[in-house]
Structures are given as structure tokens and as C-alpha cells.
Design a protein around this ligand. Sequence first.
Ligand code: FPP
Length: 223
Amino acid sequence: MPAHVGIIMDGNGRWAKKRGLPRSAGHSAGAKVFRRSVEDFRALGVKYLTYYAFSTENWKRPADEVDALMRLLQSYLDDIRKMAQKNTRIFFAGDKSAFSDNIIDRLEEIERVSENNDGLYLCIGLNYGGRAEILRAAKRLSAGDIQNATEDDFERLLYTSPMPSADLIIRTGGEQRLSNFLIWQSAYAELYFTDVLWPDFEKKDIIAALDWFAGRQRRFGGV
Ligand code: FPP
């Protein structure tokens, strides 16, 4: 079983297009699948989850789509907060300062109320980009003893800390790339790509990904 699974939820737009719906309808369907999949992973015994919900590049999308995503996020914050009651530590990776004050307050409140939970670690990438994360960590490190810094020291400065390195990255929607997601953390991750569009991603697809992972031989650069 992988400890840390990263999930790139791709294919919402195509799912909606196939049905003659606006792209925002695909994101709404995707948000429901996000919520359900957290519970599926929890039931299957995965302890660390990182979801890519909004990237530093997603601001380039048409304003109405960005607005729809922000509204969707806002409408799910209560649901996300409720997950804290299930001994879930919830935190958000990325530069929160780009969001409205109201959203920032609620994100920080969720992080605060869940900070002592340790059953499931749920990290949600919001205005997240792997390169920006690495640059930020480098800047933070340069304020300390950079000459003697270890990889562990660096990892502690990433947004995802205290999550361990990623073991498995799942990308739905058929594309085979990382798109700036967990690029430090995925150095030795197994990469699983499926053509299933995110809103169609079900528990059986999670099980298929975990079964595939179980068959991989991980050598971490050794023999
Ligand atoms: C990529 O699909 C998906 C996104 C940019 C947004 C993902 C966000 C969600 C599923 C909502 C998550 C919600 C919460 C509350 C955390 P795409 O639009 O690029 O799809 P396409 O490649 O088919 O166009």
C-alpha cells in the first residue's frame, strides 16, 4: 500500500463537453468525486493524500471558469471542514494570498481546527505549483544554515510538510505528465495514468491503481 498518494484530477472539462454542459458542470461533478474518493482512500488504508485542485497556471483560464472554481471551493469548505471530525488533518498547499480574505480565513480556520489530527493527512493544492514551492523553500532555507542543509531540511520547508515523499501519483484524463505537481516529492513515485475522466473515477478505479502499484518493484536507484 502506498503511504502518500498524489492525485491530478484531470478531465472535468471533457466530461462536461461530452454531455453538452458548461465546463463548470464538470468541475462540480469533479468536486463530488473528490469528496467521495477521500473516503474511498481512507477505507482502503491510505494515510496521506494530496489533491491538485487549483494550480498556479489555472488563473489563465477564462474568468467565468475561474469564478466558478472559486465558488465551488467556497461551497465545499464546510464539507472539507467536516472531514476534520474524522480525525483528518487538513491543510492547503500553495500561495493562499491570491484568494479573497473570506476564503483565506476559512482555509486557515480549517488548518487550525484539524492540526492535531493524525488519522488521515489530506493536503489540497490551491494556487499550487511545484516550481514556486521549490523556489519558496530555497528562499526560506537561505535564511538559515544553507551550507549544511540536508534534503530532509529542504523537504520540511515545502508546502506539503509533514507529508512524506509521494509513493504513487494518479493522473486521470489520459495525459501523461506531472504538470508542475509535487515535482520534488515525486522523485521516486510510481506514475499511474488512466484515460478515465475525473468525474467518472470510481472506487474500482482507485483499487485498480493500488493493485498496479502493488505489482511495481521499487528500487529507489538501487538494484
Ligand atoms: C482539470 O480538469 C481540473 C481542474 C483544473 C480543477 C480540479 C478541481 C476539482 C475537481 C474541484 C475540486 C474541488 C474541491 C472542493 C477541492 P480540466 O478542466 O483541465 O479538464 P479537461 O482537461 O478535460 O479540460
